[in-house]
Design a protein around this ligand. Structure first.
Ligand SMILES: Nc1ncnc2c1ncn2[C@@H]1O[C@H](COP(=O)(O)OP(=O)(O)OP(=O)(O)O)[C@@H](O)[C@H]1O
Ligand code: SF4
Ligand SMILES: [Mg+2]
Length: 325
């Protein structure tokens, strides 16, 4: 087996918010092999983006405090790395397509110069204007020579998203973290970007951590999937198995809320209740107030993530190898 590119073991992370500390991750386990695509799914606020940012310690140390667990990227313990070590893995090993394109671009720099800078840092031999224009064309930007000279505010949201995608891909990272990579884009451009990601995966053996609410995209692009609920991984395994036969009641409910994948006829099944906010998680199983399968013990006993098969894990003592969805 190749060495995993990402190994997260029981990661627990707190954020310093005003004078308090709030636990936002409380049992994230994740493994990603080179060249594979792993999806990270779960409702809003479950901790997907924070997990992704932790891979290269992008959150400031004054805000984010690891209280347990380990994060290894390319074999390196990221919490043991100094600034130089972190710079070494940012960009050429791991690069990001962020959820908010506007905040990821520098408003006072022309977009072409931002891509050039990204190349200069990680692929100095390729840092030319021609290469910048080639990347802008590759992400489907019309008149790339003209666009390269513009500032972010002169571009639409979808265009900014594509610039950010070009910036992330130009250094040809070994791992691309794609946090809702195509939400701001129209369907044609979405398809074009997905083709580009597939192409780069084949061409470079690039691994992808795909964060999305779009389970159709997960089915289309990912090999493995991890399901996050209230700061914990509650299920993981090969995409085809998990989507066809989800084992954890939360995954089952999540899939049942998607008619095409869940095979539900008629109105959408929404998961009852709300996701508990970080720091206000219920005792026992965090999903118990919303779980259709809950028994009394679920409000008390804390379930562990356990192996169901060699490839599948779930955090529920009653989970078998999965129900048909
Ligand atoms: N800068 C911050 N300060 C305080 N709390 C934060 C901060 N960033 C995230 N959080 C909290 O951490 C938890 C996890 O947030 P995260 O952004 O990882 O969620 P997510 O799964 O990416 O959600 P979404 O699908 O909406 O993007 C949430 O409860 C969120 O409110
Ligand atoms: S432990 Fe209980 S509440 Fe939690 S998912 Fe399993 S059945 Fe539902
Ligand atoms: Mg997010």
């Amino acid at each position: 087996m190749p060495m995993p590119l990402v190994e997260i073991d029981h990661l627990q992370l707190e954020l310093a918010v005003e004078s308090a500390r709030i636990r936002v991750l409380d049992g994230v386990d994740l493994r990603l092999e080179p060249g594979r695509v792993q999806a990270l799914v779960g409702e809003s606020g479950s901790g997907k983006s924070i997990t992704a940012l932790t891979l290269t310690r992008l959150l400031p140390d004054s805000l984010a405090h690891r209280v347990g667990g380990t994060v290894r990227v390319d074999g390196k313990d990221v919490f043991a790395l100094d600034h130089r070590g972190l710079q070494g893995i940012r960009g050429s090993v791991v690069s990001y397509i962020f959820q908010e394109p506007a905040s990821a671009l520098n408003p006072v720099l022309r977009v072409g110069d931002q891509i050039l800078e990204s190349l200069r840092l990680h692929r100095p031999d390729e840092a030319t204007q021609a290469e910048v224009v080639r990347w802008l064309a590759r992400v489907g930007i019309p008149s790339p020579e003209v666009r390269a000279r513009q500032y972010p505010h002169e571009l639409s949201g979808g265009m900014q998203q594509r610039v950010m995608i070009a910036m992330a891909l130009a250094p040809r990272p070994r791992l691309l973290v794609a946090d809702e990579p195509t939400t701001a884009l129209d369907v044609t451009i979405q398809a074009q970007i997905l083709d580009l990601l597939r192409e780069l995966r084949a061409e470079l053996g690039m691994a992808i951590l795909l964060i999305t609410h779009n389970l159709g995209l997960v089915a289309d692009l990912a090999d493995e999937v991890s399901v996050l609920y209230a700061g914990q991984v509650v299920e993981s395994g090969p995409v085809t198995d998990v989507l066809r036969r989800p084992a954890h009641p939360y995954t089952q409910a999540l899939l049942a809320s998607v008619p095409r994948l869940g095979g539900v006829a008629g109105p959408l099944n929404t998961i009852p209740g709300m996701v508990p906010p970080a720091g206000q998680w219920p005792p026992g199983c965090r999903f118990h107030p919303r779980c259709a399968e809950a028994v009394d013990a679920c409000a008390r006993d804390v379930p562990q993530l356990r192996d169901l098969t060699a490839l599948r894990r779930a955090r529920c003592p009653f989970a078998g190898e999965g129900a048909s969805a």
